[in-house]
Design a protein around this ligand. Structure first.
Ligand code: MN
Length: 228
């Protein structure tokens, strides 16, 4: 069993290593991940300049591209054979509702799915990870990955998993919900007296639609959203 592990938080993120360690209990895990944090790059591909991949440890490749580049390069260039499964994460912060359109984590899984390879994206609803949150997440992903490898997924469908922090009650199969974001743009001045702007308003909540990813995680459940 060959598993490609990637993310958008970068090759040095602890969530990626925890996910790769968990996948190594199922099969051979190869990491192909961005060499730095590329969160919120969506499904972008690098077409205007070459990509470089550095094998920083055996089976761990750092690529100066996006998560989608990593999946492409991993499958078509770096791995000896086609992986049986692609997993992306564990992302620092949830990817639910509208987030999915920005998420590099989810886009990496989408890319694998477009290539006909079963894929799972996994995010933890916390900025920094506690040991217990990581344990809950990796345990769940190992059992889900085993199930996906055994049973497969419907054509063009992949799974987007979000795990609440601070313990969970159960698992819900959900659909994509709707987030509400703050509209604020932060304006400040740099040391040379020039204005700069910081976008990416924080989430101020979500629409309370039963059966959605946002609702499930708010209720303390792991959300599994099939995306097509
Ligand atoms: Mn990220």
């Amino acid at each position: 069993m060959l598993i490609l592990v990637t993310n958008d938080d970068g090759v040095y993120s602890p969530g990626l290593r925890a996910l790769a360690d968990a996948m190594a209990t199922i099969g051979d895990a190869v990491i192909v991940a961005p060499d730095r944090n590329r969160s919120a790059v969506g499904h972008s591909l690098t077409l205007e300049h070459p990509l470089r991949a550095q094998e920083i440890e055996p089976g761990i490749f750092a690529v100066d591209g996006t998560p989608t580049d990593c999946v492409n390069l991993g499958i078509h260039g770096l791995m000896m054979q086609r992986p049986d499964l692609v997993v992306s994460g564990i992302n620092s912060g949830s990817n639910m509702g509208d987030d999915i359109t920005y998420s590099g984590t989810v886009s990496a899984a989408l890319e694998a799915s477009l290539m006909g390879i079963p894929a799972i994206a996994v995010s933890l609803d916390a900025r920094t990870f506690s040991e217990s949150d990581l344990l809950v997440t990796t345990r769940f992903i190992v059992s889900l990955a085993r199930l996906v490898i055994k049973k497969g997924l419907p054509t063009d469908t992949f799974l987007n998993v979000n795990v609440p922090s601070g313990g969970c009650h159960g698992v819900e199969i959900t659909r994509q919900g709707k987030r509400r974001y703050g509209q604020a743009v932060i304006v400040n001045e740099d040391p040379r007296g020039r204005k700069y702007y910081w976008i990416g308003g924080s989430s101020v909540g979500f629409e309370d639609i039963p059966g959605t990813d946002c609702c499930a995680v708010a209720r303390g459940n792991i959300s599994v959203t099939p995306l097509y």
